[in-house]
Design a protein around this ligand. Structure first.
Ligand SMILES: *Cc1c(COP(=O)(O)O)cnc(C)c1O
Length: 952
């Protein structure tokens, strides 16, 4: 590991501790002479890959950007009027540059530590308020993965929440005017869970039979705006719950689903300022009627109070989530689309209610002009009541019209050989309208055609209620004011641009700026997911190339990049296993073994895949308890579907006997799912596809540098052996049935962020990637070695070494002093740090993952903070102050607490705010003190509170 050339390479910049002197001092602390000696001891010989990764040579930043430019040039931008759930939009520059492209926002972690996340929590609360107002329902989450999966979540929620005995076990009915990708995703989920789905034209009334829940779409994929009041009333009459998938922009003009009696509203917020991104990432929303909030999936921001009684935000009702509820969780959603939800919320803050309405009216009037002109030209416009989408019957001529439009640089929707769809949006202009009409061979009639009353919105669905009245949507009109609001919020938060975020299992490593550059280039960002293949050559080349590299890295035979979070990769992988067993007539193989230490998403995903979870115990040394494993394999050998193991384990150790575990499961006829979220400990050293795995998911938002975005976007590719190839996710837009159950709304999921991982792999090359893994091991072992005497490291493997993370056990100190792991986590905030992972996978512990990207100086700063905190714990032990009166229990300290004139604490103010010297220059004060989450859960407030709450 030495630097040969004078000018630093990208690898030098990605890896924090790369100077030989730093490496040597870390090795010395760990007690090894060379990094390779350490790695050779830590990683079991039996799983080591014997050949280097076959990847192309590393490129420089300049070269990578040039390659990306070449790929971008192979895509063709066009006026995107295809619709079908995706609409062009303008991302205001102030939002693009200062949020989407700003590290203070995109490098933040999920706001589990609310005291250092008040800025993004406020933005997400704005998102929830925006959704609640527009859909007319009282509680919205923030957020879900895409519209189609949000509908699937709503369907599952209706199945859980429908308490009407007669209706509970009935079928789920979807309107035929739902998006095709929505219908496909719901059918795929339903098949695994064994409930009936019927698709019917609900404008003709409800079908016969017992109905659990109904899904409607407003406007429908045909563009039709239909008054749902009667069908919703009929459904309720029959004991069914009702979900409406609704377009938020349309709802500025149309009666919201909540006012028509819907129980749940879902949809995409993409057209609120988020680029098309070739299909994602975009935030989906879900809002529910009162009484349903506790069974709602996804994250929910609520208002609570801090220890001084100051209102403060935090994630509410977390006990619903998969981390705690595991196989009883309401859904498997973990990473969602926080950054995109934040962008959408700021779009509403930027435009305000009047601005949004004006955009909607202009969009509608362009669509009306198109409809009236086509009608005047003698064409058959299929619906008279629409918002932005006009469907035209053109018998036998669809292909020719679409080709004519394409020649003018306009993409229209090819519905079938006889029907064309045209969707207007925020970017539509009169010139574009004229181009569309020419493609149809219709003369552009004068603007008065737009006022043809036949194409006015049906008066019965015209919205009369107000929305977005809260000051936040009405005060930031000038860019100066908005810029400062954005900055004010991001200044409240700690993200990677200020401090290391040593979160075990989450791999918060460098998100290099060069890797981020391409995502907002129009040739990537402005491509519609259903654009013709001829316009997406560059995108598909990049995607295939990335799939190939990941195939090589993991040792599997194929990779699909479709799943848009780790949880979705898990579901895709488990559905593949399920499909495989079914194809062999092994219908009874439904049991999934999951170690007790697994991430909560594992169990939740297994349930969604129709499996029964059987938990395998942990041995005292943290590895899988073999006796228990063998007993459970034996007891379930005829019904065993799979085991889900995490490797290295969530305990941060390479279990030496992983091959043995895989072999026992295989010989009982089961498949092995390797959770690859910890791949940062494997890349270049070992391949799950070679040491026994049949299928894995990876987290590109961990190992492969996609930033965490404050809780998403994510990409959770599924990688599998050849025998599972027929069961990899298919394309939801065209899928009707078959083994290739689609997992996300669009074919390549969060395509928009794939250039980040593509660039990372190219910049590092095989050697750089392998070196990164080794450096991550060195850093984790250095932290473990330095801190072990202060906080014992719970689990170690061969040679007393850990893998890429280590668990610090606080339980002994807690028993002795009352100081908890949470106290330490909160006290770290006073030192300017984001806490390590708290209480996972073992309660009462902290799990530290420094990653390869941190400099030794930063790692040492963290270690010094932890050692100083240990001294404070000793002060409690020595009776200097009680735990209740300690700086640990009172942490974090706000500026207002520290400067208060009635300081009565038993420790000095300096110790509160400046426990180590360097903080005097660089001090982060959290905006609120420790937050009482439970109080907020008892009294749930999930919208922007009146501003008066924040005064006094
Ligand atoms: C992060 C993680 C997951 C879930 O990934 P998401 O993208 O948040 O859905 C699953 N397993 C492990 C071990 C993880 O660390």
């Amino acid at each position: 590991m030495s630097v040969n050339s004078a000018s630093a390479t990208f690898v030098d910049r990605h890896i924090g501790a790369r100077r030989q002197a730093d490496i040597d001092s870390m090795l010395k602390a760990v007690g090894y002479g060379t990094v390779d000696a350490l790695v050779d001891t830590a990683v079991p010989n039996g799983i080591r890959q014997d050949v280097a990764l076959r990847l192309k040579d590393a490129l420089s930043e300049v070269e990578v950007l040039a390659e990306l430019r070449k790929l971008a040039a192979k895509n063709k931008t066009a006026v995107q009027m295809i619709g079908q759930g995706y609409y062009d939009t303008v991302t205001p520059a102030v939002i693009r540059r200062n949020i989407l492209e700003a590290p203070a926002w995109y490098t933040a972690y999920t706001p589990y530590q609310p005291e250092i996340s008040q800025g993004r929590l406020e933005a997400l609360l704005n998102f929830q308020t925006m959704v609640q107002d527009l859909v007319g329902l009282p509680i919205a989450n923030a957020s879900l993965l895409d519209e189609a999966t949000a509908v699937a979540e709503a369907v599952l929620m209706m199945r859980r929440a429908n308490k009407n005995k007669a209706a509970h076990d009935g079928k789920t009915v979807l309107d035929a005017d739902c998006l095709p990708q929505t219908i496909a995703i719901v059918k795929g989920r339903a098949e695994a869970l064994g409930f009936e789905v019927e698709v019917a034209d609900l404008s003709q009334g409800l079908p016969d039979g017992v109905i659990n829940g109904v899904v409607l779409q407003q406007p429908g994929v045909s563009g039709r705006v239909f008054n749902h009041a009667a069908v919703i009333a009929a459904a309720k009459e029959r004991g069914a719950l009702v979900t409406v998938a609704a377009d938020l922009l349309a709802l500025t003009l149309i009666t919201p689903p909540g006012e028509q009696g819907a129980d749940i509203a879902v949809g995409s917020t993409q057209r609120f300022g988020v680029p098309l991104f070739f299909g994602g990432p975009h935030a989906a929303y879900m809002a529910v009627a009162k009484g349903l909030e506790r069974s709602m999936p996804g994250r929910l921001v609520g208002v609570s109070k801090d220890d001084a009684g100051v209102p403060a935000y935090r994630l509410a009702l977390q006990t619903r989530e998969q981390h705690i509820r595991r196989e009883k969780a309401t859904s498997n959603i973990c990473t969602a689309q926080a950054l995109l939800a934040i962008v959408s919320s700021f779009y509403a803050v930027y435009h305000g209610p009047d601005g949004l309405k004006a955009i909607a009216e202009t969009t509608h009037s362009h669509a009306a002009t198109i409809a009236a002109s086509l009608k005047a030209a003698g064409l058959d416009v299929l619906h008279t009541s629409f918002f932005d989408t006009v469907t035209v019957s053109v018998p036998g001529k669809a292909a020719a019209i679409i080709a004519a439009a394409e020649a003018k640089g306009i993409n229209l929707r090819h519905i079938d050989g006889d029907t064309v769809g045209v969707s207007a949006d925020e970017t539509t202009t009169q010139a574009i309208v004229a181009g569309v009409l020419e493609a149809f061979g219709a003369a552009a009639v004068d603007a008065a055609a737009g006022t043809d009353t036949e194409f006015a919105l049906d008066a019965a669905v015209e919205r009369s209620s107000g929305y977005l009245q809260h000051p936040v949507f009405n005060t930031h009109r000038s860019e100066t004011q908005l810029l400062r609001y954005i900055r004010r919020l991001s200044d409240r938060d700690l993200a990677l641009d200020r401090t290391m975020i040593p979160l075990g299992s989450c791999t918060m490593k460098l998100n290099a700026t060069a890797e981020m550059e391409a995502i907002s280039w129009p040739e990537f960002a402005s491509i519609h997911p259903f654009a013709p293949d001829s316009q997406t050559v560059g995108w598909r080349e990049l995607i295939t190339d990335l799939e190939d590299q990941l195939t090589e890295i993991t040792g599997y035979d194929q990779v699909s990049l479709q799943p848009n979070a780790g949880s979705q990769g898990e579901l895709a992988g488990l559905l593949a296993i399920r499909g495989y067993h079914l194809s062999r007539g092994d219908d009874q193989r439904t049991v999934c073994l999951i170690p007790a230490s697994a991430h909560g998403t594992n169990a939740a995903s297994a349930v969604l895949a129709g499996m029964k979870v059987v938990v395998v115990a942990t041995a005292p040394d943290g590895s899988i308890d073999h006796d228990d494993l063998n007993a459970k394999i034996e007891a379930n050998k005829d019904v065993l579907s799979a085991i889900m193991i995490t490797y290295p384990s969530t305990h941060g150790v390479y279990d030496a006997d992983v091959r043995e575990v895989c072999d026992s499961v295989h010989s009982a006829g089961g498949q092995v799912y390797v959770d690859g979220a910890n791949l940062n400990a494997l890349v270049g050293l070992a391949q799950p596809g070679k040491f026994g795995g049949d299928v894995s998911h990876l987290n590109l938002h961990k190992t492969f540098c996609i930033p965490h975005g404050g809780g998403g976007p994510g990409v959770g590719p599924v990688a599998a052996k050849a025998h599972l190839a027929p069961f990899m996710p298919g394309n939801a837009a065209t899928w009707t049935e078959g083994n290739d159950v689609p997992i996300s709304a669009s074919r390549f999921g969060s395509a928009g962020v794939l250039p980040i991982s593509w660039a990372y792999v190219k910049l590092m090359g095989a050697e750089g990637l392998t070196e990164a893994t080794k450096s991550a091991l060195l850093a984790a072992n250095y932290v473990a070695a330095r801190l072990n005497e202060y906080f014992p490291v719970l689990y170690t493997g061969e040679g007393g070494l850990v893998a890429h993370e280590c668990i610090l056990d606080l339980r002994g100190l807690t028993a002795k002093t009352g100081v908890t792991a949470e106290d330490v986590a909160k006290r770290l905030i006073d030192y300017g740090f984001h806490a390590p992972t708290l209480a996972f996978p073992v309660a009462g512990t902290l799990m530290v993952e420094p990653t390869e990207s941190e400099d030794l100086v930063e790692i040492d700063r963290f270690i010094d903070a932890m050692i100083t905190i240990r001294k404070e714990i000793d002060q409690v032990a020595n009776g200097d102050f009680s735990v209740e009166n300690s700086p640990l229990r009172h942490a974090p300290h706000t500026a207002s607490a520290v400067v208060s004139s009635d300081w009565t604490r038993q420790y000095p103010r300096e110790q509160a705010a400046f426990p180590v010297h360097h903080l005097k220059q660089d001090k982060y004060f959290p905006p609120v003190g420790r937050i009482d989450g439970a109080a907020g859960d008892r009294n749930l407030i999930c919208s922007c509170p009146p501003l008066s709450e924040f005064e006094d």
